[in-house]
Design a protein around this ligand. Structure first.
Ligand code: IPD
Length: 255
């Protein structure tokens, strides 16, 4: 079984495990509007255990337990992305598992248990939901574009409002539904034209970045600098609106 198959199966198994406590789990706060549940930690342990057993020499970085850096092969785990939705019983959350070789996203899987949707991609081989090939939207008109503007308290309110205002003034529609990984899957699947966030962590977006690139879209160079360890801004767009949206949003992309 190669890494893609392993990653797909693991994301699905972890998501099914997470879903056993969907909407009825105790929460605590890591910070303002930064929710964690016992299941975030349990699912991360489950995923870590499976990776360590199969690929003992690979590094693992997870949202809840962190991990070492500076290795050639690293797995990035978000055990529950969209935790606030998960805890409130809103069926919009996922498990995200990405794999990087020499800092380059190489394999990724995102599993949405509420819909039993399994997204996966391998570098140079394409992106899929189940057995359906993913292709980004062909929309070339900003007046018909939907942009998801991810939000967290890691950046200031004024900066977020300014971002939303730029998109609206340019004619786009804005949404924010609380899972960066699923927001990126939406771009890959052609359901929105872009996802952007002023700061996002690597475990949230490693798999989704690969989905978008392999579906014919573009992303900013998220893993530049300290992106792997401390996060970075992110934009992911379809091809047709890449240059226009990069300018509006203000995050550079090599379209
Ligand atoms: C968060 C979600 C949210 C995004 C934040 C993430 P979590 O992850 O993906 O949509 O805007 O940047 O931190 O806390 O639900 O795993």
């Amino acid at each position: 079984m190669d890494r893609l198959e392993f990653c797909r199966n693991l994301a699905r198994d972890a998501g099914r495990f997470a879903h056993t406590a969907f909407g009825h789990v105790a929460t605590s706060l890591k910070g303002r509007h930064d929710v964690v549940t016992a299941m975030d930690r349990d699912v991360e342990r489950f995923v870590r255990g499976a990776i360590a057993a199969r690929y003992p020499d690979d590094a693992i970085i997870g949202e809840e337990e962190g991990g070492p850096v500076g290795t050639e092969r690293v797995w990035l785990i978000d055990p529950i992305d969209g935790t606030a939705n998960y805890a409130r019983g809103i069926p919009h959350y996922c498990v995200s598992i990405g794999y990087l070789e020499h800092g380059v996203p190489t394999v990724g899987a995102v599993y949405d248990p509420s819909h039993d949707w399994l997204y996966a991609a391998a570098r140079g081989e394409g992106a899929w939901r189940g057995d359906q090939r993913l292709v980004v939207s062909r929309c070339a008109d900003l007046l018909a574009a939907t942009v998801e503007c991810g939000w967290s308290t890691r950046r200031g309110t004024a900066d977020y409002l300014a971002l939303v205002a730029r998109v609206l003034v340019a004619g786009g529609a804005v949404r924010r539904v609380g899972s960066g990984a699923l927001g990126l899957a939406d771009v890959a699947a052609g359901r929105s034209e872009a996802y952007c966030e002023l700061h996002i962590n690597a475990w949230d977006c490693a798999a989704g970045i690969l989905l978008v690139r392999e579906a014919g879209g573009h992303t900013s160079d998220f893993f530049a600098g300290d992106g792997l360890t401390t996060g970075n801004p992110l934009i992911a767009t379809n091809d047709a609106l890449c240059a226009a949206l990069a300018e509006v949003i203000g995050i550079p992309v090599n379209c």
